[in-house]
Design a protein around this ligand. Structure first.
Ligand code: CO8
Length: 374
């Protein structure tokens, strides 16, 4: 079986950002307007008054202080509260393809190859801006790549599932060099009028290049030791937006056409499941927790990650063992663990081992054990 290496990663960060205080000010202005506009109905008990959001709660409950977004003004306008992104003509590159290209250039540079060396493209993320043609085929075309491309979606686990697909393709010989890219515009499917979740997500794009080790030019990449995927149906994180919405017009704009979750249940159910998955995955590969230099975990919640790593290691982790990017980027769905890997991998020495792990809607979870080559 061929050995597969991650030879390059890339990160595109949007220029605009929103702090917790800015987001909360906009949400609270919406609440004040709503309550004033519904004063009589609230007084008579017909309508429930809305409650303010609070920056202090957000940081304590999640670890999030800031998020990057593709359009700040629409989100912060308390009469709009959604990103305002113009439709583009079919001849122009789509926004997700544009984000993908930016992240890809950085990944190619690290891998020391050009786009024409790639022979397969996977765009893997939690929402695609159109049904077809596939964004990945557009990326393939914009980069001048020969071969094939496809899109896939496993919500927050899209990147680790994408890595397993890419690895399997290289191992089987159906591709030699794969670009796996995650353009996440989470702000487009987040309900900024929902106090429980308005603070959770941000926008970003990550890219990963996986190659047959024999032909890789970057000899100090990260060998993939093994991958393990898990899924189990749950309604606790759900978004009912889809092509049949226009066939049920009365429900087309209901809240469930954006992200909804039972966050507390997700926290309780998913955290132990992920800790067990990582421990079992290590054991299957003859490894123990102390063999790990670092875990690059999905970035949904700081407390959740602390719980998982403590359960795997048996003690409180240092930042170096479990770096977080949540404070700056918030939850960027599938891109989160890859941002952490991208930003905190350069200090790895040859032979050191780590785990990239994602988890989220589905439920879905993916674990990727990597070891620095070279
Ligand atoms: N401001 C102030 N107070 C608040 C706020 C707020 N904004 N929101 C809630 N509160 C209050 C509540 O009313 C409650 O008050 P009380 O105790 O008086 O009833 C109190 O705070 C506690 O509320 P919760 O129990 O809801 O708070 P938690 O401590 O559970 O924290 C979290 C909420 C942060 C959401 C937490 O539960 C969490 O992070 N859970 C994990 C969720 C998770 O990992 N989800 C994965 C989702 S990502 C994914 O799968 C990808 C989906 C695709 C991407 C979608 C892009 C849009």
């Amino acid at each position: 079986m061929k050995q597969v290496v991650v030879t390059g990663t890339g990160l595109y960060t949007p220029e605009q950002s929103i702090s917790n205080d800015e987001l909360v000010a906009s949400y609270n202005a919406y609440v004040d307007n709503f309550n004033a506009g519904n004063a009589a109905a609230i007084e008579s008990g017909e309508v429930e008054a809305l409650t303010h959001s609070a920056s202090g709660f957000i940081e304590k409950a999640s670890g999030i202080k800031n998020r990057y977004v593709m359009n700040k003004t629409g989100i912060l306008d308390s009469n709009v509260m959604t990103p305002q992104i113009e439709e583009r003509p079919n001849e122009a590159p789509s926004l997700q393809a544009e984000m993908a290209i930016k992240a890809t250039h950085q990944a190619l540079e690290e891998a020391g190859i050009t786009a024409s060396d790639i022979d397969a493209v996977i765009v893997s993320c939690s929402n695609l801006q159109r049904a077809y043609p596939a964004i990945s085929i557009e990326v393939q075309s914009l980069l001048g790549i020969e071969g094939f491309a496809f899109d896939m979606n496993v919500a927050c686990s899209s990147a680790t599932f994408g890595i397993q697909m890419a690895r399997d393709m290289v191992r089987s010989g159906s591709a030699k060099r794969v670009l796996m890219v995650n353009p996440e515009i989470c702000s487009g499917h987040l309900n900024f009028r929902d106090r429980d979740s308005h603070f959770i997500f941000g926008d970003v794009c990550t890219a990963v290049i996986l190659e047959d080790a024999e032909i890789a030019k970057n000899k100090s990449g990260f060998e993939i030791i093994d991958t393990k995927l898990f899924s189990q149906f749950s309604n606790n994180i759900r978004n009912n937006f889809g092509f049949l919405n226009r066939a049920a017009e009365h429900a087309r704009d209901d809240k469930d056409k954006l992200f909804i979750q039972n966050g507390r249940k997700v926290f309780r159910e998913v955290s132990p499941l992920v800790a067990t998955m990582i421990t079992e995955h290590l054991a299957e590969n003859g490894l123990e927790a102390q063999d790990l230099r670092r875990m690059w975990l999905h970035q949904a919640n700081r407390n959740m990650n602390d719980f998982i790593v403590k359960k795997v290691l048996g003690y409180e982790p240092e930042f170096d063992q479990q770096p977080t990017v949540l404070d700056e980027y918030a939850n960027t769905s599938s891109a989160g663990s890859i941002i952490a890997f991208h930003k905190y991998k350069q200090d790895f020495k040859a032979g050191e081992t780590g785990v990239i792990c994602s988890f989220g809607a589905g439920y879905s979870a993916g674990s990727v054990i990597v070891r620095r080559a070279g």
